[in-house]
Design a protein around this ligand. Structure first.
Ligand SMILES: C[S@@+](CC[C@H](N)C(=O)[O-])C[C@H]1O[C@@H](n2cnc3c(N)ncnc32)[C@H](O)[C@@H]1O
Ligand code: SF4
Length: 359
């Protein structure tokens, strides 16, 4: 039995199962349509985590609802069963999130999930989304106390987020609703040792928890190397130890990610739209999945010839030069806001005095 299948048997929660499924892919130039799709409902975020590239996205774009419905229908026709309603943006910034969850439910997706910073998941909003039939909500809480949270997220929302998560737990218990709750943290030099602090506060109300290593976000946040130790064998920082694999990325083979513009991209952290292969406003999902650009990208991964693609920056953790696969679909990038520049400065100082997180 491989390490992968042993770990898969041990994985208790749907969240853990999903993490492990990522390497259970068919490494083909045109693999079968995947089971999972991510709809990135909007580009922007209400927080400014210092290790996240979201602040670079210049335009605020919401996915068009008609397009969303057409693509959900196509996904179901092609056998997609799992739908995540996020990728690079914050899903609760969509006022109509509950309505979108209901659409997904009506189309018959069997697993509907989100990841959120939780600051806008007030009892009223969370209730709507839970009642609409979401299967799981993961709260990303990247610190174990209020002060560090403010430094990392750029917002003083720690107490509020903890309250929101605890409320979801009380609501599901009181109403016997089958929604799974998870928590994750990206530990950094600011928050060393705070995972236990966080679990002491919310461990009793979640079904699973994951400590994700800080990544370079698909080559978009190489400056994270200034203060963090990026484990180059752990793609995107989210794979359990022992399963980490360098060399080739499963994402172009494993799932569909749809940007707020309506483009098919091959990476969950494609902040610059550098891996967009098709405009789904003018083509079908099926044609896009096997088009010449998608085939070229997968061939590059299969042959290990990633020069000129952002994947090279991600997998080698270096600033190698790259071009977007389809420059006409790429996003203009914005300079970091003042807070992030200040944060980076503070990070540099902290690194000088404390050193990096040990690898
Ligand atoms: C980009 S966020 C988007 C959804 C939502 N705003 C949130 O924070 O959950 C998705 C996930 O990526 C994680 N993330 C962001 N930057 C990361 C990095 N540099 N390394 C590893 N994970 C990161 C976040 O903590 C979060 O769990
Ligand atoms: S990790 Fe999530 S909450 Fe933090 S800035 Fe990025 S998108 Fe926003």
């Amino acid at each position: 039995m491989t390490e992968h299948s042993k770990a898969q048997m041990k994985a208790a929660t749907p969240y853990e199962q999903k993490q492990l499924q990522r390497f259970n892919v068919e490494w083909q130039v045109v693999p079968p349509m995947p089971r999972e799709v991510l709809f990135d409902l909007n580009t922007h975020c209400n927080h400014r985590c210092f290790f996240c590239s979201n602040h670079r996205i210049a335009e605020r774009i919401f996915m068009d609802k008609d397009l969303m419905l057409r693509l959900m229908r196509e996904c179901r026709e092609f056998g997609v069963t799992d739908i995540g309603l996020y990728a690079t943006g914050e899903p609760f910034l969509r006022r109509d999130l509950a309505e979108i969850v209901r659409f997904a439910k009506d189309f018959g997706f069997s697993y509907i999930f989100i990841t959120t910073n939780g600051a806008l998941a007030t009892p009223a909003r969370a209730k709507e989304v839970i009642d609409a039939g979401i299967h799981s909500i993961k709260f990303s809480i990247n610190a174990g106390n209020r002060e560090s949270y403010r430094m990392v997220h750029g917002k003083d929302d720690f107490d509020k987020v903890i309250r929101h998560l605890r409320w979801c737990h009380q609501y599901r218990t009181a109403n016997k609703v089958d929604v799974k709750l998870y928590v994750s943290m990206v530990p950094t030099h600011v928050t060393g040792g705070q995972w236990e602090q966080l679990l002491a506060l919310v461990g009793d109300c979640v079904d699973g928890s994951s400590l994700r290593h800080c990544s370079n976000q698909g080559g978009n946040m190489l400056e994270n190397n200034q203060t963090e130790t990026i484990d180059s064998k752990n793609l995107l920082g989210s794979l359990p130890a022992g399963l980490a694999q360098g060399g080739r990325c499963p994402d172009p083979f494993y799932r569909v990610v749809i940007t707020p513009e309506g483009y098919l991209t091959n990476c969950v952290v494609d902040y610059q739209n550098a891996l967009c292969v098709a405009d789904l406003r003018t083509t079908t999902l099926k044609d896009a999945w096997g088009n010449e650009h998608a085939r070229r990208l997968r061939t590059a991964h299969l042959e290990g010839k990633l020069e000129g693609l952002i994947c090279d920056c991600c997998l080698t953790n270096t600033g190698a030069p790259f071009k977007p696969i389809r420059p006409e679909l790429a996003r203009p990038s914005r300079k970091p806001p003042r807070r992030i520049i200040e944060m980076n400065k503070r990070c540099e100082e902290a690194t000088a005095s404390y050193g990096k997180r040990p690898s």
